[in-house]
Design a protein around this ligand. Structure first.
Ligand SMILES: Cc1cc2nc3c(=O)[nH]c(=O)nc-3n(C[C@H](O)[C@H](O)[C@H](O)COP(=O)(O)OP(=O)(O)OC[C@H]3O[C@@H](n4cnc5c(N)ncnc54)[C@H](O)[C@@H]3O)c2cc1C
Length: 372
C-alpha cells in the first residue's frame, strides 16, 4: 500500500527530509508551504564537517581548520585535523534539496492550512485548496517561542574591506572585545579572503536589541579592533534563534527541525542536528518500515546544556571566561565533536573540569527548575 506523507514547512528540515524521498519506498510525499511565508533570504549555516555531514561538506562555501575565541584577556586558537568548521549557503542547500526532491517525485503545494483533523486512518488537512488525506505528518512549522526564554539574536554584514585584515584560514567563532553592557555579546567572523568576511554582532539574552545596537558594534569592531579601513557592504543577514526547550507546535504530529527540538539549546546550532534527526529517521524506516522522528540530542548533552544556560542567564558576566575555558581545555577536533553532539565521556569530563565550580553548583542545585 502506498503511504501518503505530508511535510509541513519547506525550510531546512522540511526540504532536507523531502530530498530523502527515495529512501522511503512505497511513500508519496507532499511538502506543504504557506504562500504568506516568503522564502527566507540567503544566509550561512555554520557547523562542523563531522561524520554524517559529507553532503553538506561537499556544498560548503568555505571550510576552516582553525578557529579562534577572543576575550579581553586572551586569545584561544584551536586547530582541527579531521573536522573543519564550514559555511553552507542556505539558498544553495535548500535549492539542492528542492531539486533532488522534485526529481524523486515529491509534490510541492502552497496552501493556507486552517486545521488538521485526525481519525484512526490518518489525517485530513483542511486548507483553502483540497488536499489528499495522509497517513503521516512531519511538522517543521516554526514553533511558538515562549516569552522570556534565552535567545540568540544577531545582525551581520558581509563586507569587502580596504585593508587585508582577515586571516582566511581562521574563523573567529566568538570575539568578546565588544560592548558587554547589555548582556552576553560577541562578534562572529567568517573570513572568505583577506579582504572579504561575514561579520556578525551576536547576543545571548532574552530580548533582541534595536538594529542600531548590532550595527554600531560591527562598526566599532571594524574600526577600532581589526581596522578594516573603508568597507563595502555586499549583503546583510539577521536572525533570532531560540535557545531553550520548546514545545512542538502540535502534539498530535511528528515534529522535526526546530519544531522537533533539533536546535541545540546551549548554542543555537541546529543544521547538523536536523540532518542527524532525518538520517536517524531514515535508518529507522529501513529497519522497521515506519517513519519516526526523535530528538537528535543525547540526554546528557541536554542536561549539561540546561546547567550551562542557567549559568549564562544568572551570570552573563562570566560568559567570556567560560567559553575561553572550554576552548582551552579541548583541541579543535574535540571541540567540533562536542559542538556537534558527538562528545565522548572523556571530552565531557574535560569540559566539566575546565569550568569554575561555584556558578555551576549553584545552577545545578538552585536554578534548574527555572525557565532557561
Ligand atoms: C539567519 C539564521 C542563521 C542561522 N545560522 C545558523 C548556523 O550558522 N548554524 C546552525 O546550525 N543553525 C543556524 N540557524 C538555526 C537553524 O539552523 C535554522 O533556523 C534552520 O533553518 C531551522 O530549520 P527548520 O526547518 O526547523 O526551520 P525553518 O528553516 O525556519 O523552516 C520552517 C518552515 O516552516 C514554514 N512555515 C511556518 N509556518 C508555516 C505554516 N503555517 N504553514 C506552512 N509552512 C509554515 C516557514 O516558512 C519555513 O519555511 C540559523 C537560523 C537563522 C534564522
Amino acid at each position: 500500500m502506498t503511504r501518503h506523507v505530508a511535510i509541513l514547512g519547506g525550510g531546512c528540515a522540511g526540504l532536507s527530509l523531502a530530498a530523502k524521498a527515495s529512501a522511503m519506498p512505497d511513500t508519496r510525499i507532499m511538502v506543504i508551504e504557506h504562500p504568506d511565508y516568503k522564502t527566507a533570504k540567503d544566509h550561512n549555516w555554520g557547523c562542523w564537517a563531522v561524520d554524517g555531514m559529507q553532503a553538506a561538506h561537499q556544498m560548503a562555501r568555505k571550510t576552516w581548520y582553525r578557529w579562534a575565541i577572543y576575550s579581553e584577556k586572551k586569545a584561544v586558537v584551536q586547530t582541527a585535523q579531521h573536522y573543519p568548521y564550514m559555511a553552507i549557503s542556505s539558498a544553495a542547500w535548500k535549492g539542492h534539496c528542492r531539486i533532488t526532491a522534485k526529481r524523486q517525485g515529491v509534490e510541492f503545494r502552497s496552501v493556507r492550512l486552517s486545521h488538521i483533523d485526525q481519525d484512526q486512518t490518518g489525517f485530513r488537512l483542511v486548507a483553502d485548496q483540497p488536499l489528499p488525506d495522509c497517513h503521516h505528518i512531519a511538522d517543521s512549522r516554526t514553533p511558538d517561542i515562549p516569552q522570556g526564554i534565552m535567545l540568540q539574536h544577531f545582525r551581520g554584514v558581509e563586507i569587502l574591506a580596504e585593508n587585508p585584515v582577515f586571516d582566511p584560514d581562521c574563523a573567529v567563532l566568538m570575539d568578546f572585545r565588544c560592548d558587554q553592557s547589555r548582556g552576553i555579546h560577541f562578534i562572529y567572523v567568517l573570513p572568505y579572503s583577506p579582504h572579504q568576511a561575514l561579520i556578525e554582532s551576536t547576543m545571548f539574552t532574552p530580548h533582541p536589541q534595536e538594529d542600531a545596537f548590532y550595527d554600531h558594534a560591527i562598526t566599532r569592531y571594524c574600526e577600532d579592533i581589526i581596522k578594516t579601513g573603508k568597507r563595502q557592504v555586499l549583503r546583510r543577514e539577521a536572525g533570532i534563534i531560540p535557545m531553550g526547550f520548546l514545545r512542538p507546535r502540535d502534539d498530535r504530529l511528528d515534529a522535526i527541525g526546530g519544531n522537533g527540538g533539533a536546535i541545540r539549546p546551549s548554542s543555537g546550532y541546529a543544521f547538523t542536528f536536523i540532518q542527524r534527526q532525518i538520517d536517524e529517521a531514515m535508518l529507522h524506516y529501513q529497519q522497521k518500515g515506519e517513519l519516526r522522528f526523535s530528538s537528535p540530542h543525547q540526554r546528557i548533552d541536554l542536561w549539561m546544556d540546561k546547567v550551562f544556560l542557567t549559568v549564562l542567564r544568572h551570570r552573563p558576566d562570566v560568559a567570556p571566561m567560560l567559553f575561553s575555558h572550554v576552548a582551552s581545555a579541548l583541541n579543535g577536533d574535540e571541540m567540533a565533536l562536542f559542538m556537534s553532539g558527538l562528545a565522548t565521556s572523556r571530552i565531557r569530563l574535560k569540559i566539566i573540569m575546565a569550568m569554575p565550580k561555584w556558578p555551576f553548583l549553584r545552577a545545578m542545585f538552585s536554578g534548574l527548575g527555572q525557565r532557561v
